[in-house]
Ligand binder design. Sequence first.
Ligand code: MG
Length: 126
Amino acid sequence: MSLSILLVDDSKIIRKVIAKELPSIFKDRELKLTEAADGNEALEYLCSNSYDLVFLDLTMPEKNGYEVLEALNEKGIKANIIVLTADIQPEAEKIVKKLGAVGYIRKERPLNITPLIEILQETGML
Ligand SMILES: [Mg+2]
């Protein structure tokens, strides 16, 4: 069965880097990838489709990642969201988890996929 993934980040380069890693993480699964470049676009997709997994950036134009999570809560929309961010705010992890994100990963260069694999295993997605 194919896995639908929504990739939300205002950086096209970051989206490209993550998209490139996904096939090696999900091995032989067919991936259906959708990309959103800001919080509003992400919400539009999330309100009209369901995804198996969402990667969410925090710092974005229109609506930031926190606002996207808040809006989803208000609308009662549940999703498997992993926050992927360069935000060094110490409370960020606590806040996004309180808002319903299943995982929080610091964006690094090069992207370290080990924490991502751990979260996917913990949540039963791998
Ligand atoms: Mg950003």
